[in-house]
Design a protein around this ligand. Structure first.
Ligand code: AMP
Length: 282
């Protein structure tokens, strides 16, 4: 099987999409930063089911990284990504250069105000402005009918859904469940940073979330009790918890009592690696 063809040029990408649309084809877009794993591939597979054409974008977006973050060392594997994407029936990889996405005069930013605050938005100032802006740009360049995102990045998905609704973007946003390693660790390109010992300790995140979920399923409705249960599991094995919170699953409002669909979200450092995960509490 041939690798997926690459388009780097923005105008060429738009022309490709125009041609497909002209033939009445539906286009699915899966935006990623590359280093594809089974989580990304599940999005491509669902795109395949929902559209005639599947576009994978690979762009390590400088605008969503803080000055102290891992932009320079973020894992990159374009040849491997193109082979993996081909195996999922992906039609084209859009791999733009940062300089063509952000020209010297670039000055526009999209701030999805409330949903971006707190959680990762607090620990990573400016992160979701970078995410929302680049996703909006990708939508305008690729003009997909449907775009697929993972619930692994739960707040990101909520930000993109809000942006899509607020700005009347003509794109259906689809969220898909987190794909996990056999031991339950949420798949992430950043897992490659973990030493074998840290990889073991990383299991604490899902262990904590699962302990809380089990209590919620027994009828516990107090967020503080659920958080205590999760903290006990997580704090003794990770180096630092960035946040651990219970939020409403739709608008991410903080909840004291679980009286509507809720999700527990965590970010924690294991060694030098920051990991995130979340679990719906039912
Ligand atoms: P990234 O390359 O990390 O920016 O992720 C690109 C897309 O893949 C985002 O929509 C993520 O939410 C999604 N994704 C990342 N990890 C997973 C996973 N373990 N399961 C499902 N989707 C994922």
């Amino acid at each position: 099987m041939n690798d997926v063809p690459v388009i780097a040029d923005l105008a060429a990408m738009s022309a490709w999409s125009e041609a497909a649309r002209g033939q009445g084809e539906r286009i699915a877009l899966v935006p990623t930063m590359g280093a594809l794993h089974a989580g990304h591939l599940s999005l491509l597979a669902e795109g395949r089911r929902r559209a005639h054409r599947v576009v994978l974008s690979i762009f390590v977006n400088p605008m969503q990284f803080g000055p102290q973050e891992d932009l320079a060392k973020y894992p990159r594997d374009l040849p491997g990504d193109l082979t993996r994407a081909a195996s999922m029936g992906c039609d084209v990889a859009f791999v733009p250069e940062a300089a063509s996405m952000y020209g010297p005069s670039f000055q526009t930013a999209i701030d999805v105000r409330e949903v971006s605050r707190g959680l990762c938005g607090e620990c990573r100032p400016g992160h979701f402005v970078g995410v929302a802006t680049v996703v909006c740009k990708l939508f305008n360049i690729v003009r997909p009918h449907v775009a697929l995102f993972g619930e692994k990045d739960f707040q990101q998905l909520a930000v993109i859904r809000r942006m899509g609704a607020d700005l009347n973007l003509p794109v259906e946003i689809v969220g898909l469940p987190t794909v996990r390693e056999p031991d339950g660790l949420a798949m992430s390109s950043r897992n490659a940073y973990l030493s074998p010992a840290d990889r073991q300790r990383a299991g604490a995140l899902l262990a904590g979330l699962s302990a809380a979920k089990a209590l919620a399923e027994k009828g516990e409705r107090r967020a503080s009790v659920l958080l205590d249960a999760a903290t006990t599991e997580i704090a003794r094995r990770v180096d630092r918890i960035d946040y651990l919170e219970v939020r409403a699953s739709d608008d991410l409002k903080p909840l004291q009592i679980i009286d509507r669909p809720a999700v527990m979200l965590v970010a924690a450092f294991v060694g030098g690696t920051r990991l995130i995960d979340n679990l719906r509490l039912g």
